[in-house]
Design a protein. Structure first.
Length: 406
């Protein structure tokens, strides 16, 4: 099995592309039961049993081998979860060996345990990880689980006519830079050795700063009541809160679920939109929030705008996308990759805020005698983002996280 990596190609050489989720499980568990459930859950998701190959022409593929082995691991820690993140963010996932996912069990006692899950974005998007945790919990509760094939979003028809329909005249921008890239670098193909160097360079003097905020059920209810009255969404409300605090015009990116069929398979099935807005202090919060919602709706209700980024990025030569990430990490330099990287936000001018709201998670919080009574989602600090906001609700537990690089 070989699946081309197209719309998600920019994730391979990104040095900050790991999604984190941490949960607390209440109920009796053992090391053996946790290991067994993790192994069963990994085997049930096709994408976690593949590896990534970069070929001599620069194209990349998910490849499934016949051998029954996995680099996805679960281990047991004495260190706090933040220390684990600070250690692991400097260690790249071995995609070429099929490593997408690591789980770290900590604070384990007779009443339950806490687990930190770290997953490379090429293993899937935020919802993919939620569905893996659901599979893991079902296995832990002794349930049988189905095998789920991987699902990604292919670039589809990349002919000029199709591209004009999908991205319009902006298709000329990547075509221009592809030509410049081939002239300057003669189609340079990067390898995982280059990614190792990028990790060493980028993380030598950096670390994550993560703040978690538990929003009480009472506060959530109060916000939702206002949202209903004002005819806006929770995400627009949170966005407006940040805009009021920053006090200047911000560029804000949003991750958007692209699962049109509602599947529960793992794979990168997300797209994105962005808006620009400056809080108007002469108007009330409600007025600003409605403006933000209108800007979001203009993008979300337009199929072309909602899926634009997927098809637009797929036009770029894949090795140029690699170069933009390596340039951002300080491990490569060329005029072409620097210039287009700056245009696309891989330089100093990136999204001020990037928000992913997983909303109320569509998984149970109870599995037999076990319960997920805490759930926190920490999105990755992508190369083109500065302050990354994650929101999720499971049961009556709503958590907001803010992730940035120091």
């Amino acid at each position: 099995m070989r699946v081309a990596i197209e719309t998600e190609r920019q994730d391979i050489f990104d040095v900050g592309i790991v999604i984190a989720m941490r949960v607390h499980i209440s109920g009796k568990v053992t090391e053996d039961s946790l290991r067994s459930a993790f192994e069963k859950a990994v085997k049930s998701h096709e994408i976690l049993n593949t590896r990534i190959v970069i070929e001599d022409d620069g194209k990349a593929f998910y490849v499934k081998d016949e051998q029954d082995k996995t680099m996805n691991t679960i281990s047991f820690e004495d260190s706090p979860w933040m220390d684990v993140i600070h250690r692991e963010e400097k260690i790249r996932m071995r995609l070429e060996d099929g490593q997408y996912l690591k789980a770290f069990v900590y604070e384990m006692d007779g009443e339950g345990c806490s687990i930190l899950f770290l997953m490379h974005h090429l293993g899937g998007d935020g919802k993919s990880m939620v569905y893996f945790i659901e599979t893991f919990m079902r296995c832990l509760a002794g349930e049988s689980v189905e095998y789920l094939e991987m699902q990604t979003i292919p670039a589809g028809d990349m002919s000029d006519d199709a591209l004009k329909d999908k991205v319009g005249p902006l298709m000329l921008l990547p075509k221009h830079f592809n030509k410049k890239w081939l002239e300057d670098e003669k189609h340079k193909v990067f390898t995982f050795d280059d990614l190792d160097k990028a990790f060493n360079e980028y993380w030598a003097d950096k670390s994550s700063v993560i703040n978690e905020y538990v929003i009480t059920p009472e506060m959530v209810s109060k916000i939702l009541s206002r949202c209903k009255e004002w005819e806006i969404g929770f995400t627009a409300y949170i966005t407006t809160s940040f805009l009021r605090r920053f006090g200047r015009k911000l560029e804000i990116g949003y991750a958007v679920d692209a699962r049109e069929d509602g599947n529960r398979c793992m794979g990168n099935q997300a797209t994105g939109i962005s808006i620009k807005y400056a809080y108007n202090y002469d108007k009330p919060f409600m007025w600003n929030a409605k403006k933000v919602q209108k800007l979001m709706n203009n993008k979300l209700e337009d199929d072309g705008a909602r899926n634009f980024v997927l098809y637009f990025m797929a036009i770029f030569d894949p090795t140029l996308e690699d170069a933009m990430n390596l340039q951002h990490a300080g491990a490569f330099n060329s005029k072409t990759s620097k210039r287009i990287g700056n245009i696309l936000g891989y330089g100093k001018k990136c999204n001020d805020l990037s928000i992913t709201n997983l909303t109320k998670l569509d998984i149970p919080d109870t599995y037999g005698n076990l319960k997920l009574d805490y759930f926190s989602f920490i999105p990755p600090v992508i190369s083109y983002g500065r302050n990354i906001i994650g929101l999720s609700t499971l049961g009556d537990c709503t958590v907001m996280t803010v992730h940035r690089i120091k």
